[in-house]
Unconditional design. Structure first.
Length: 85
């Protein structure tokens, strides 16, 4: 934080909102992946298969929407980089 202070950056309300927003989004993505993995582990057709194979399938199922949501968050937060103090 002291590096930002010496460079002249300050944390204002907009920056705090962007940090909270991106942190919340990041935790939500992990939760969705974990939740989908648990669902796949409990499916009857997953019994007897290697856990790593089931986990890869579960993450791949929610991968594309998760990546697109990440790009949407980046697009929403990116203008904050150009806000002058």
């Amino acid at each position: 934080m002291s590096v930002f202070y010496f460079l002249g950056y300050t944390i204002n309300r907009v920056t705090l909102f962007a940090l909270i927003f991106s942190n919340r989004h990041s935790r939500g993505r992990r939760h969705r992946c974990r939740q989908n993995m648990v669902r796949h582990f409990r499916l009857p057709e997953s019994h007897g298969r290697p856990m790593s194979e089931v986990a890869v399938e579960a993450v791949a199922e929610v991968g594309n929407p998760t990546i697109l949501a990440t790009f949407a968050v980046i697009a929403a937060v990116l203008p904050m980089a150009f806000v002058a103090a």
